[in-house]
Design a protein around this ligand. Structure first.
Ligand code: AVJ
Length: 326
């Protein structure tokens, strides 16, 4: 697959309505048709994602939280005199809170920079992190690139950049490399990244994580259609689209699609879109790449980060890796 046709979940431009309209118009016209997964996360989508994290079949959040709680202290022990933590895409902030609370040996006080494009997400995360003692929370309502750069200008000492929740899985391999190289270019030798990555596991487990029996993930996926109806004046019949999750073994990714149940025309006035879909035609809405541990090391090394510790949750197949910039 040409990486140009992959959806840039995290190369976040601002999420204005004009940008949404322009992206919808562009990505829906591609073959195969696509929509960028970053548009999942409006207020309802973020709430649905939080529900997904509590589903018994979606193990990423719990596995990562267990690793952070068990090894958080070790993370800080391995990075002496760390003064700054930057988290890209903190979600509700609970993962970072777990890490900070597990760390009895960390420098106090510590500066915590939260980078997210969503002001409401930032506010929630800041509140969560603010409840931890001896931290100063600085919010950056910005794209990852811009926010990281802004955070690093305020850097006075050793910095850890956290990218958790297997968010890196939304990048195709060249995108993941480019993302880490960007981080590497912004940090200094001895700074570090903390990366949470979901691992390849049985097809059965991968599929049920993205096509759950409560159908919350289906709702999360279809919410993109609702969002186009509400924000762009479309009148798409949500019942006319099925949720589908596919394990692409060759590319090592779970794909989510919206499948048209019948031939239909989608009209999206505020995006100047009129597209004719055949029955069975799909809109590809997300890729979640899964890794094997050695691949994580290779990726980091190729981006001039030296992996110094990796903890793996065998039950749920999840890896937490620290790597130091060299
Ligand atoms: C937040 C991107 C890591 O890919 O697992 C959850 C989003 N999509 N269920 C993932 C998601 C469907 C999630 N990430």
């Amino acid at each position: 697959m040409d990486s140009r046709t992959e959806k840039p979940f995290v190369s976040l431009a601002h999420t204005s309505l004009e940008q949404f309209a322009a992206d919808v118009r562009y990505y829906l016209s591609l073959t195969p048709r696509q929509l960028p997964s970053r548009y999942f996360y409006d207020d309802l989508g973020s709430a649905l994602f939080e529900a997904i994290c509590r589903l018994p079949w979606y193990t990423i959040t719990r596995a990562e939280t267990r690793l952070l709680a068990a090894h958080g202290d070790d993370v800080f022990r391995r990075l002496p005199s760390l003064t700054h933590v930057v988290e890209l895409g903190p979600g509700n902030g609970e993962k970072l809170r777990t890490l900070l609370e597990a760390a009895s040996r960390r420098q106090k006080p510590m500066d915590v920079h939260l980078v997210d494009v969503s002001p409401s997400a930032l506010a929630i995360a800041a509140q969560t992190i603010g409840s931890v003692g001896d931290v100063r929370v600085i919010m950056h309502q910005a794209t990852y690139d811009a926010g990281l750069r802004e955070a690093l200008t305020q850097r006075t000492g050793r910095t850890l950049v956290a990218f958790l929740g297997s968010n890196i899985g939304n990048f195709d391999p060249p995108g993941a490399s480019a993302f880490l190289q960007n981080i590497r270019a912004s940090v200094k030798n001895g700074d570090a990244v903390l990366l949470g990555v979901d691992l390849v596991k049985s097809t059965e487990r991968l599929l049920v994580a993205y096509d759950d029996p409560l159908r919350i993930t289906a709702a999360f996926n279809r919410n993109l259609l609702l969002r186009m109806n509400r924000d762009l004046g479309a009148s798409i019949d949500l019942d006319e689209f099925l949720h589908r999750a596919v394990w692409n073994a060759e590319q090592r990714r779970v794909e989510m699609h919206l499948v048209a149940r019948s031939a239909q025309t989608i009209e999206i006035p505020r995006a100047h879109v009129e597209e004719h879909l055949q029955a069975g035609e799909t809109i590809w809405t997300e890729s979640s790449y899964k890794y094997v541990p050695a691949q994580i090391d290779d990726l980091l090394e190729s981006c001039r980060f030296n992996p110094t510790a990796q903890w793996i949750d065998r039950d749920d197949g999840f890896a937490l890796t620290i790597a130091e910039a060299f």
